[in-house]
Design a protein. Sequence first.
Length: 432
Amino acid sequence: MKYYSTQNPDQKVSLSEAVIKGLAPDNGLYMPERIPTLSQDQIESLSSMSFQEIGYLVIGSLFSEDLTDGQIKELVGHTLTFDAPLVQVEDDVYSLELFHGPTLAFKDFGARFCSKLMSLLLTDSDQKVRVLVATSGDTGSAVANGFLGVEGVEVIILFPKGKVSLLQEKQFTTLGQNITALEVDGVFDDCQTLVKKAFLDPELNEKLLLTSANSINIARWIPQCLYYFYAYSRLPKNGKKVVFSVPSGNFGNIGAGILAQRMGLPIDQFVAATNVNKVVPDYLKGEEFLAKPSIQTVSNSMDVGNPSNFPRLLALYGNDGALFREKVKGYFYDDQETVKAIQSVKPNGYTLDPHGAVGYLGLKAFMDGNPGYVGVFLETAHPGKFRDVVEEALGEELVLPERLAAFLEGEKDVIPMGKGFEEFKGFLKNLP
Ligand SMILES: *Cc1c(COP(=O)(O)O)cnc(C)c1O
């Protein structure tokens, strides 16, 4: 299978090149040249398959030309080591809990897959790979922990100073080994811009093998489709249509859901739910796509003013904006509404995190106006990761899972960095 750049569909590369490059040299995002579809029988048989078996089937249909059966098993086996349970919250409303991995956010799926795939593709190379990651919080922790100790790979994480939660920060600034954290005096979009500039800088690329583990990388992005197949197969549908609501920032996660839909999974509708960084909901209402500076919110992992996966979403709908607007509905919520949702769902015996709360609100808004659906919202992080917000909303202390509490013990170690490109470039050029 070849992968094309969204900037130039004639520009095709191999799986290996797409993964190692991350971003296409023309600044486009890589996309599979063909989207394989599962048969009706295969879709029906998902309900009797395990999560891992679903993984072999779906990843096999995408990667079987490029990887051996053994490699596909190894890749999926390494990725799906924890469950993604569906938990009923109300009648016809389910939470898809994606936070049962090592860093308690859905990004563990993509990060684990990505590190494994890179190490499989790099076995014959003796050049050190530098993974550059811009993070608004959870990407940093998932990628750092996914790549920790992986030989031949060095991870450099850029995060906005003072704009990620303490727990998030601890998960990627305390690890040492092959993980370096740069504390950037700016916002998330500044971090993302620095990373993008580094990938496009000829001098740096001459000297270093740079790659990305952001959701722009297909190795991070594609595996996220797996839990949509799994959740669909476990969802009690009772003849109703299915809607998934995805709390979104860079729009990789919802894009992976749309990929699953294009592969034949009968998801009728998507909800793109955001905080006040609402560039995509505005687009879906009929406005132009217009990137804006990011605004800080209580759902900080979605504070993205220029969602980098947008061209991918359009490509998945054949660059047909009308079809995109028909299949995906956008809703956005401010901090006050988010906190209220956490409070209002608590009596059902369920604790939302601020991101899941935005997904829940979007789902409810859609279902209120559209009867006949069963709905799933993606609960993208454990509420304990956003402890301050959730505890203040509920007026009670949360019990942190042990693996989360353990991160708090570590000592923070960062390199301060301005948001200008020259300083960052100088740092990279001087790497040993
Ligand atoms: C990254 C993140 C999101 C946004 O996901 P995208 O794929 O960037 O849209 C939502 N919730 C949490 C908890 C996250 O960490």
